[in-house]
Design a protein around this ligand. Structure first.
Ligand code: GDP
Ligand code: MG
Length: 209
């Protein structure tokens, strides 16, 4: 890991939420042009990479998805540690999944403090007629915990790009603020040389490219 003047920002983002809310679908919708599905068939948590440019800044996102461990309540701190951002997904037709989001917010704030950028995604808005999570409740809850709220449909490709872009922008702003206020002391965010070999992870078979 080196810090370079023209290096890229490297951010870790985790997808969290109850099983079947559409986490994997959102991720696949977002990165479909670059990666194929077999990344997501392993039994361990795994991640996909996405490179983006915002205002001339090069940013590498490592977006972590689960392989269904959430269904067994088996998703621990090892999954979300060192995250710069989290996307907390619920299904607008499933109230329990919204309760689960609240639980995740509590856990992340407790374990990671306010450094992590949180966004909440109310997914499956193509099923608006079946909505059970009240719109105002979700939005005002998000406000109270300092998270932005987005509506998405992985199925119809609505709100997905906006969600990831906004999160990335926010993580970048956060990084730059930290850098201004305490020099190089930024515990969770690293600037790496883009040409350096990819950092190997603990996960099997999840390396992209
Ligand atoms: P995960 O367990 O949270 O990763 O959820 P999946 O991505 O596997 O999706 C669970 C189910 O919800 C699948 O049958 C998807 O086809 C469906 N699904 C995901 N996103 C949407 C959406 O935006 N609209 C609708 N109608 N179904 C969706
Ligand atoms: Mg999944």
């Amino acid at each position: 890991m080196t810090t370079t003047a023209n290096g890229a920002y490297n951010f870790k983002v985790v997808l969290l939420g109850e099983g079947c809310v559409g986490k994997t679908s959102l991720l696949l919708r977002y990165i479909e042009d670059k990666f194929n599905d077999k990344h997501l068939t392993t039994l361990q948590a795994t991640f996909l990479n996405k490179k983006i440019n915002i205002n001339g800044k090069r940013i590498n996102l490592a977006i972590w998805d689960t392989a269904g461990q959430e269904k067994f309540h088996a998703l621990g701190p090892i999954y979300y540690r060192n995250s710069n951002g989290a996307i907390l997904v619920y299904d607008i037709t499933d109230e329990d999944s919204f309760v689960k989001v609240k639980n995740w917010v509590k856990e992340l704030r407790k374990m990671l403090g306010t450094q992590i950028v949180l966004v909440i995604a109310g997914n499956k808005i193509d099923l608006e007629h079946e909505r059970t999570v009240p719109l105002e409740e979700a939005e005002s809850y998000a406000n109270t915990v300092g998270a932005k709220h987005f509506y998405t449909s992985a199925k119809l490709n609505q709100g997905v790009e906006e969600l990831f872009l906004d999160l990335t922008q926010e993580m970048t702003d956060r990084f730059e603020q930290n850098n201004r206020s305490d020099g190089n002391q930024s515990p969770r965010i690293q600037i790496v040389d883009d040409e350096a070999p990819a950092h190997s992870s603990c996960c099997s078979g999840s390396r992209s490219n």
